[in-house]
Design a protein around this ligand. Structure first.
Ligand code: NAG
Ligand code: NAG
Ligand code: NAG
Ligand code: NAG
Ligand code: NAG
Ligand code: NAG
Ligand code: NAG
Ligand code: NAG
Length: 904
């Protein structure tokens, strides 16, 4: 039972943003998304495991020991990479054998198999195939933004570097991805670990061919790294001379288990690749999932590992994804592209210039169309929200013009379609010109308010203007309103254990790249999934330029971080810089990373929370150039992130508010002259902000800028004002459901308030309902006696009758033997999950209680309570005061005696 680490609580969304959730909408089942009875077992590689034969692999010994004891199991992947990971993924015949497994000599850790969702772009648009419009001159804007264009001009293209893409596979038949597979082709190798039909819960069917023509994500990733220039969109990959290796770990749909991610990571390592990139993950906040641990160990050997930071920015801080949280991994944030490709519609019958509409591809119609406005009034707020009048003509002969507002686009379009209209222009009502979702198959173009008002005026005046949608040459570069800022969807770090996540940012918003040929060949996608391969490609340029070695690989993260460019939080020039908890060290400047003559180490100054404060840090500056450099050092603060809603236990949703309550920084010197080859240490003393509301648990961050005549580099600091141990983990408010949490939901679907008896037949069992307002390393459910003398922290008045007893006498954790809970007066353990992420606001967890202990033994009939405990972050497992605890009302276990296993 002890070490079910790394479980990701699958979050049940409950009408996010609504006041309270009706309890009737809660599904009666556990929502912990691990594969039942499937575990990744890590074994000791020490030679002196009792009973181990000298010629036997360590994991073979553990498996033999299980067989010898008659334990039924099936072995999935076996991992034998000494120094990285030795163990196996095994499925036990029975849950009760977990205890046997953990008591097997040589077992170091048992982690459940975590499921990761298939990567979902934040925005996705498939561009229609060949013959689509010519592309504007600046199609390489992401390369210009990061200096990749200058490296390409110097012939630095990643030749000789091998990059593994662990994703949905790659459509290597794409003409821009080499039209082939194997040695000599761009996609030089790879493996399919799963097969098309794999969903995450069925048996994978591996083969040697990682072709993907059904999902597309990996093909888009591959194009960002490796698309050959000379295509119809004039795009190219960041490192298009690099060799790509496609490791397919997703089927056409569904999830992937950690067991397969680990296998793919180890395969990439044994195939001696230089860079591994994973555009996947699940919100976690912890560094401890198996995939994150293995990725980090691989990165520590000098293989560059880039992994997406996650697309959960809306949920606030402490929520970056795993495996990107792996300590040595480069976790990648996304920057919105500065330009968006839009289309023009041409106006005839008037000298008016073309009108730009919000679409990457032209409306597929070649005729010249008269216009019809559903209202002559350009101030109407509910245009076409009601069925159109009988006087409306057959709209199939017109482009229909309609104003945005009041009802959904779908409703307006439905009313227009009822009159035959299927070519529709919607004009803005001031809400903003951007991407809209119209839901249907009709062709709807979205234009700006002034253009719409002009078209309606022409209709009213009866000037007879017509419109035509050019199919070629009408695309325009439009400045993206959020371009150049960190994409709002980028997950905020740091990890709960205060590792610096994300590391750096790269362009990931609205990226045009390759897509499987059968799915349209090209697509525009958004997500940290797109930013991640950009950094992988950048690392390939670095290795290609400086030479492939572990030393260069190990320097990659520091070089990208120290030369990154800091990003503002808005375009007004008034707001603070974006917090390092979302932008990391800033936007990669790949040109400078390769050519800088100033080396800064370390580049991450992790100050931790003020209870574990590391306020004095040292950085070393080294001049590797051939001339004397004169440096000036300054402190540049970033916005202080107010990570909690003031005065509550609820983390603030994203975008996380920023304040200008900055830390102060003292440097041992503010100017410095270094001769060629000379290096010099600087001490950096950071004092947390003295102003601001401490209940917002502020994260302060900023940059130590090191500027010479020709170069700017920096180190980034990150700290928290307050103690994470003071942050309540278990939500005990009524905010989410209208009644206090945690709760047991009885058979009738009501929260249990007094004693309640269950038979465990059919649906007659209690459902635990709880929310973790913050992450925890240990979440534990135990069965205790109904008359236990215990004062839980969250519901101290829960006992109907309570004698005044000293707390220490009955609630005392073992000292010196962590993680055993042996001295707690419990009847038996029910469930323990470790490294649990917090639930975002509006989400919750459920746990189904059966009449069995965690080891599968039946619970004897009787009256009990359920004790819930969660350890606070940085808490000491031997200290009861570091746990949040809650004691349930009396639960009667009255299973019919003739039923051995009646639980669902
Ligand atoms: C475990 O289950 C498999 C079938 O899934 C069966 O062949 C095997 O005999 C079982 N082992 C034990 C010890 O029960
Ligand atoms: C294609 O992009 C390159 C820069 O990568 C640029 O020099 C060239 O002019 C572009 N070609 C066209 C046709 O836009
Ligand atoms: C598109 O329309 C805008 C606005 O009228 C105009 O400035 C631009 O030149 C047009 N571009 C093309 C390629 O038609
Ligand atoms: C709107 O303008 C058109 C064209 O001038 C006209 O035919 C129509 O009657 C007007 N509709 C209303 C409701 O005034
Ligand atoms: C921050 O402090 C906590 C408590 O000492 C520790 O567990 C954690 O590893 C620290 N984080 C880092 C990145 O050093
Ligand atoms: C170094 O730069 C500082 C600031 O620009 C300047 O005041 C100082 O004279 C320079 N020192 C040398 C030796 O160039
Ligand atoms: C539960 O069932 C037991 C045994 O039948 C009975 O003694 C007890 O009173 C019941 N308790 C409640 C709360 O119904
Ligand atoms: C299972 O756990 C319960 C409660 O801790 C214990 O009483 C029982 O002996 C255990 N059963 C086995 C087979 O270990």
């Amino acid at each position: 039972m002890k070490s079910l680490s790394g479980i990701f609580v699958q979050l049940a969304l409950a009408s996010y943003a609504l006041a309270t959730i009706p309890i009737s909408s809660v599904e009666r089942k556990t929502n912990l998304p691990f594969i039942p009875n499937k575990f990744i077992v890590e074994v000791d590689t020490a030679a002196d495991i009792p009973g181990k034969r000298s010629d036997e692999a360590p994991h073979a010994h553990v498996l033999r020991s299980l067989t010898d004891r008659g334990i039924g199991f099936r072995v999935g992947h076996e991992y034998n990479a000494p120094g990285l990971f030795v163990g196996a993924a095994i499925t036990l015949n029975s849950t009760s054998d977990v205890k046997e497994l953990e008591n097997t000599p040589g077992v170091q850790a048992i982690r459940p198999v975590v499921l990761y969702d298939a990567p979902k772009p934040v925005y996705s648009h498939v561009v229609s195939g060949q013959g689509d419009p010519a592309v504007p001159p600046e199609s390489q804007s992401t390369h210009i933004l990061t200096g990749v264009d200058k490296l390409h001009a110097q012939g630095i293209l990643g030749a000789g570097v091998k990059i593994g893409i662990i994703d949905t596979g790659v459509d290597y038949t794409h003409p821009s991805l080499g039209s082939g597979f194997g040695q000599g082709y761009k996609v030089a190798g790879g493996y399919d670990f799963v097969g098309d039909d794999y969903t995450g819960s069925n048996t994978p069917v591996p083969d040697d061919d990682p072709l993907d023509q059904c999902a597309g994500h990996g093909t888009h990733v591959a194009g960002i790294i490796g698309a050959d220039p000379g295509n119809e969109y004039n795009i190219s990959g960041v490192a298009y001379k690099a060799a790509l290796y496609a490791y397919r770990i997703f089927g056409c749909e569904g999830y992937v288990g950690d067991d397969i991610i680990v296998a793919a990571l180890l395969r990439g390592y044994s195939d001696k690749l230089d860079v591994l990139t994973l555009s996947l993950g699940a919100a976690s906040g912890w560094t401890e999932a198996t995939g994150a641990v293995v990725a980090s160990r691989i990165a520590a050997t000098g293989t560059v590992v880039t992994i997406a930071a996650g697309n959960d920015g809306q949920f606030g801080a402490f929520f970056t994804s795993s495996p990107g949280n792996g300590v040595n991994v480069i976790s990648v944030a996304s920057l919105d592209n500065t330009v968006t490709l839009l289309q023009n519609v041409t106006v005839h019958g008037s000298a008016h210039p073309p009108i730009t509409y919000y679409s990457a591809t032209p409306v597929p119609s070649t005729a010249e169309w008269p216009i019809y406005a559903t209202s002559n009034d350009t101030t109407i707020i509910d245009d076409a929200c009601d069925p159109l009048p009988d006087s409306t003509p057959d709209l199939s002969n017109f482009v229909t013009i309609v104003r945005r507002g009041t009802c959904t686009f779908v409703q307006k379009i439905g009313n227009i379609q009822d009159k035959g209209g299927d070519l529709i222009i919607i004009y803005d009502n001031g809400n903003g010109f951007g991407l809209i979702n119209t839901g249907g198959d009709e062709e709807a173009a979205f234009i700006q308010a002034a253009d719409g008002e002009w078209l309606v005026s022409q209709f009213v005046a009866g000037t007879g203007v017509t419109l035509n949608f050019p199919q070629h040459g009408a695309s325009v570069e439009f400045p993206d309103p959020t371009g150049g800022l960190i994409s709002s969807f980028t997950s905020y770090g740091p990890s709960n254990d205060f590792f610096f996540k994300p590391s750096v940012a790269a362009p990931g918003g609205k990226i045009l790249s390759t897509f499987p040929v059968p799915l349209g060949s090209w697509a525009v996608l958004s997500g940290t999934s797109m930013a991640t391969p950009f950094v992988a490609g950048s690392a390939a340029l670095l290795l290609g330029y400086k030479g492939k070695s572990a030393a260069v690989g190990l320097s990659a993260r520091s070089l990208f971080e120290s030369t990154a460019r800091t990003i503002a939080s808005d375009h007004t020039d008034e707001g603070p810089l974006q917090t390092a908890a979302q932008q990391g060290a800033g936007l990669v400047d790949v040109y400078t990373a390769l050519h800088t003559e100033t080396l800064v180490t370390p580049t991450q100054l992790i100050l931790n929370d003020t209870a574990h404060y590391q306020g004095t840090q040292f950085i070393t500056i080294r001049n590797t150039g051939k001339t004397v450099k004169n440096y000036t050092l300054t402190h540049v603060p970033a916005g202080t992130a107010l990570t909690f809603e003031p005065g509550t236990i609820f983390p603030a949703d994203g975008p996380v508010p920023l304040s200008t309550d900055y830390a102060t920084v003292q440097l041992s010197q503010t100017s410095l002259i270094l001769f060629p080859g000379q290096s010099w240490p600087i001490s950096v003393h950071v004092t947390p902000p003295t102003t601001g509301d401490p209940t917002t648990v502020p994260i302060f961050s900023g940059f130590i800028k090191i500027q010479s005549e020709t170069e700017i580099t920096h180190a980034t600091y990150l700290g928290l004002k307050g103690s994470l141990r003071d942050v309540q983990v278990v939500d005990n408010t009524d905010v989410t459901f209208g009644f206090d949490l945690p709760a047991l939901i009885d058979t009738s679907g009501s929260p249990q308030t007094g004693p309640f008896n269950y038979t465990f037949v059919g649906y007659d069992w209690p459902l635990g309902l709880l929310r973790l307002a913050f992450g925890t390393t240990v979440l534990r459910f135990d069965l205790v006696k109904s008359d236990i003398q215990l004062i839980p922290t969250l519901n101290p008045r829960s006992l109907e009758v309570r004698a005044p007893v000293l707390e220490r006498d009955f609630f005392s954790f073992p000292h010196g033997k962590p993680n055993t809970f042996a001295q707690v007066a419990i009847v038996g353990p029910l469930l323990e999950v470790d490294y649990v992420p917090r639930s975002p606001n509006g989400y919750y967890s459920t746990v189904e209680f059966t009449n069995e202990f965690a080891n599968g033994t039946d619970i004897p009939n009787g009256n009990y309570r359920i004790l819930v405990r969660a350890l606070r972050v940085t808490g000491d497992i031997t200290q009861e005061k570091d746990f949040d605890s809650w004691l349930s009302p009396i639960v009667g276990f009255w299973a019919p005696s003739d039923t051995t296993s009646s639980s669902p």
